[in-house]
Design a protein around this ligand. Structure first.
Ligand code: DAH
Length: 340
């Protein structure tokens, strides 16, 4: 029996030496250490060995088993290592391949439009002044020369928080806040921000939207200054060839009040669907600040004069990009947002 063990050992180790790849390992294992392998077969014969020799023979078989297992393990480890090294060596990495793009966000179209507007007015010396979205009736209406029960209130369908508090219907109340903060000194500010109106939501009107208000106060500020500023704005925003025109209008907080139009950015005056065949697009409501408003802001109307304007933000962006539905601005639809 001892001879048999010695021969088997020799044979097993010889065979193992021939194994030179990981694929051949299981075959060797099955032949020697597997359930039906030669070592297992030896163990099964142990019963036939004389009782006094049995412990020694048993130990010898177990030793053989351990030794073969150890040899097998270390060969397996070595072959795996070799295989990996070979793979690494043959696997070339193309370092010039572009990386996977990381999905980053970008500014919302409204924010992009707002920043363009800030930039243009900054070049004309305007600073940005922010006023609250939640306003009082006093600021949103009364200080702007719109008394309680005045029919002009019908121009602004209002979300009332309570009898005194509203969601601002326009950015104009910021005029009063800016005047109180900076006055009575010359002022040149734009007041951007969200406005709210209790309106039916349709492709053309949302109950929330942005406006940019402008306010310039000083000595001997005239309507022509207003027209010059709006001209400059239209040309910087929509192209140097833009023309503007003014029409008479009405706002309680300006006197006189005007509406500023520019020639259509799409058809340049030929007439198209965007300008509804009028050749003109509205840019802003504007006018000379009403004496009552000046007084309410702490400015003496006999000493100070100025102009104000208010313009939408989404509507011009819609015209420019051919967006047919204002609700897209608030829909959080990435397919829409990623286009801009
Ligand atoms: N606040 C007005 C609106 O929302 C727009 C406006 C018109 C603002 C004339 C002005 C202005 O500052 O002078 O309808």
């Amino acid at each position: 029996m001892q001879d048999q063990i010695r021969i088997l050992k020799q044979q097993a180790l010889n065979d193992l030496q021939q194994v030179d790849n990981t694929e051949s390992l299981p075959g060797w294992f099955r032949d020697y250490l597997g359930k039906k392998g030669a070592v297992t077969a030896l163990l099964k014969q142990l019963g036939t060995v004389a009782a006094e020799e049995r412990p020694q023979v048993g130990k010898a078989i177990n030793d053989l088993k351990t030794e073969l297992q150890d040899s097998f393990d270390s060969l397996q480890e070595r072959l795996r290592q070799q295989k990996m090294e070979k793979e690494i060596a043959s696997d070339s990495i193309d370092v010039t391949l572009p990386g996977r793009p990381f999905p980053t966000g970008h500014l919302h179209l409204t924010t992009q439009t707002l920043r363009k507007i800030y930039q243009i007015f900054a070049e004309m010396g305007f600073q940005v002044y922010e006023a609250p979205d939640v306003e009082t009736d006093a600021y949103n209406f009364q200080a702007l020369n719109i008394p309680e029960y005045h029919p002009a209130r019908d121009m602004w369908d209002t979300f009332w928080v309570n009898k005194e508090v509203v969601l601002r219907t326009h950015t104009s109340p910021g005029q009063i806040r800016a005047m109180k903060e900076f006055g009575p000194e010359p002022i040149r500010v734009i007041l951007p921000g969200k406005c709210y109106r209790y309106e039916q939501i349709t492709p053309r009107s949302e109950h929330q939207f942005y406006q940019v208000e402008g306010l310039v106060l000083g000595h001997k500020i005239r309507m022509t200054d207003l027209i010059g500023v709006m001209n400059e704005f239209a040309r910087k925003m929509y192209g140097s060839e833009r023309k503007t025109r003014i029409r008479g209008s009405y706002f309680p907080f300006t006197e006189p009040s005007i509406e500023i139009d520019m020639d259509c950015i799409l058809c340049a005056g030929e007439g198209c669907r965007v300008c509804k065949y009028t050749s003109w697009l509205e840019v802003a409501g504007a006018g000379m600040v009403h004496p009552v408003v000046l007084k309410n802001g702490g400015y003496d109307p006999d000493v100070w004069s100025g102009f104000a304007f208010g313009m939408g933000v989404e509507r011009p962006a819609m015209l420019k990009h051919g967006i047919r539905d204002i609700r897209y601005f608030y829909g959080n639809n990435l397919q829409f947002l990623q286009q801009f």
